[in-house]
Write a protein that binds this ligand. Structure first.
Ligand SMILES: [Zn+2]
Length: 253
């Protein structure tokens, strides 16, 4: 657990390769100049050192309905998020272990991968443009990147009497003594199993029941040491098949 103050440390910046810095736009941040056209390096997803079949189950983390849980996942370890009963959304958050101020950010994932859904073999990108996780397996094939976490105070809101994903994310971090980000309202989830397709060329979106069946899962590999939080979305609406349910997380390494 890092006790370092939030923000990119000088040491951390020095450890980044020039290519990664360039790809992340960090050179622009250092010099005050945007990267020159054509200098943005492609994102390289480091291949796995060992397959999942050769890793051991290290931790099983049940996520009761309408709650969240967090785990530290070290580089090259994997986290499997399972939908035991199907039709349940899991809001996925991941923070760099060195600072809660670097976290996976769906707008970065979408624009770098040029797709509004998660893609097998592609990175889940941070707000600094770094891939922190890579999706290796996905049995349902539908994960939303457009919606923020539900919260008690703003849309997509749910009644204050019901737990919400934004609060549950913060509670999960506190429960494992990981720092809460300074502005949790701008930490948006990658919504595992959420089925909210764009339904026409005008860009209209429809929230539908998840297509995830009982037992469907995703497997993510950590590209850096991260804190992963998954909240079992609390909404009793169609987004969770009208019944909030539990999820299960497993860590392999
Ligand atoms: Zn939610």
């Amino acid at each position: 657990m890092s006790t370092q103050k939030p923000g990119l440390s000088r040491r951390h910046l020095m450890e980044r390769t020039p290519a990664l810095l360039a790809s992340a736009g960090m050179l622009a941040a250092q010099t005050g100049q945007p990267p020159a056209p054509g200098t943005r390096a492609p994102i390289v997803i480091r291949p796995a050192s060992v397959p999942l079949s050769e890793q051991k189950l290290l931790q099983t983390v049940p996520i009761p309905k309408q709650s969240g849980r967090g785990v530290i996942v070290l580089r090259d370890q994997r986290v499997k998020v399972i939908n035991p009963r199907g039709k349940q959304v899991g809001d996925l958050f991941a923070f760099a272990q060195y600072s809660a101020e670097e976290f996976i950010a769906p707008a970065f994932t979408m624009t770098r991968n040029r797709n509004i859904y998660l893609q097998i073999g592609k990175g889940l990108m941070s707000n600094y443009g770094n891939p922190l996780l890579v999706l290796e397996e996905d049995t349902s094939g539908r994960n939303d990147l457009l919606y923020p976490a539900c919260s008690g105070s703003q849309k997509p809101g749910i009644p204050a009497s019901i737990p919400n994903c934004r609060d549950n994310m913060q509670a999960a971090l506190r429960a494992i003594n990981f720092p809460v980000p300074n502005h949790p309202e701008i930490v948006h989830p990658h919504n595992l199993f959420q089925n909210s397709p764009v339904i026409d060329l005008d860009g209209n979106i429809e929230v539908r029941e998840p297509i995830a069946k009982a037992g469907d899962y995703v497997v993510l590999r950590a590209l850096e040491n991260v804190c992963v939080v998954v909240t079992a979305c609390s909404s009793p609406s169609v987004v969770n098949g009208k019944e909030p349910k539990e999820l299960l997380m497993e860590v392999y390494g």
